[in-house]
Design a protein around this ligand. Structure first.
Ligand code: ATP
Length: 300
């Protein structure tokens, strides 16, 4: 009984709450249902249904909202190979002249494993961050652009079209500018599942803050006066990455409050026993600001 999926199984250690993703339950479920669920179908089911696995998807939305986090965690959940991550501007700048070679290399391990093991191969996830950077250049070769983008996108397209024969690859493109992505990449069979990952709402921010303060809470270094519900309300427009930055900034205020000038060389008792309290978070709020204008009422 040949297993049509590329051997993806839910890792026995998987626990949703351990994923460390806040405020994206609905997005996570949709991504899982549309792009990954077929990977864990029982043997024979995908053939009965007459469908093929999704080979590419696009996650789009503001920076720092957890796109990479989701991709990595789903990979872990499915026991996929460690994802390969490539970044648009890097491809254009660092590897001018050898971008096609780099794209080829990206797919090489998966191709090799598929040749050897067929559908028993592990799932290979390729994350292409800032995908818009290569698309911007496409078609601009004659007009003074480098033309590198053209060849990168063409190479990606040919790889995606070619992976029909390979069941073990999922390419995840990421961008803050979906409008910049070449339409050719978004067609069925290519980056066909497109999911928006937006800034978290207040509930989501509370969940993200909880995740990023869980260690300090567990270790009893979070002041009792810290109220995450209050902080969630005060952090409108913050991305997950910015919330994580806020927590870090708060810890730096707690540290500075406790360290005695002149004792920098030795760690004082106070620092060892320090707690991060509400006031440290309020100071942090003056320091860490969201990239998307907090005054812009249209943004959530
Ligand atoms: P970019 O578009 O800049 O590549 P991204 O959307 O891929 O950003 P990540 O790299 O996933 O963002 O997020 C950066 C970090 O911010 C994460 O490693 C995590 O610490 C924190 N973070 C972002 N979003 C979340 C979230 N929803 N829940 C918990 N932590 C988050």
């Amino acid at each position: 009984n040949k297993r049509p999926a590329a051997n993806a199984i839910i890792s026995p250690d998987f626990k949703f709450e351990d994923m460390g993703i806040g405020g994206l339950d609905a997005e996570f479920s949709t991504i899982f249902r549309r792009a990954f669920a077929s990977r864990i179908f029982p043997p024979g089911l995908i053939e009965k249904l007459g469908i093929m696995h999704v080979k590419g998807m696009l996650l789009y939305g503001p920076p720092g909202t957890g796109k990479t986090l989701i991709a990595r965690q789903i990979g872990k959940m499915l026991n996929a190979r460690e994802p390969k991550i490539i970044n648009g501007p890097e491809v254009l700048n660092k590897y001018v002249g050898q971008s096609e070679e780099n794209i080829r290399k990206l797919f090489a391990d998966a191709e090799k494993e598929y040749k050897e093991k067929g559908d028993e191969s592990g799932l290979h996830i390729i994350i292409f961050d800032e995908l818009d950077a290569v698309c911007k250049q496409r078609g601009s070769g004659a007009g003074g652009g480098t033309g590198v983008g053209d060849s990168v996108v063409n190479q990606l397209l040919s790889k995606l079209d070619g992976v029909d024969q390979l069941n073990n690859i999922l390419l995840i493109g990421m961008t803050n500018r979906k409008d910049m992505i070449d339409d050719a990449l978004l067609r069925p069979g290519r980056l066909e599942v497109q999911i928006e990952i937006s800034l978290p709402d207040e509930t989501g921010r509370g969940q993200i803050l909880k995740i990023h303060t869980s260690k300090m809470k567990e270790n009893k270094v979070m002041g009792e006066d810290v109220n995450l519900v209050e902080l969630a309300a005060l952090t409108k427009n913050f991305s997950g990455a910015e919330l994580s930055g806020l927590v870090k900034s708060a810890t730096s205020f707690a540290f500075a409050r406790n360290i005695k000038v002149g004792t920098m060389a030795g760690v004082s008792e106070e620092v060892v026993n320090m707690k991060v309290d509400r006031n440290d978070f309020l100071n942090a709020l003056n320091e860490v600001k969201p990239a998307f204008g907090a005054d812009d009422e249209e943004l959530q």
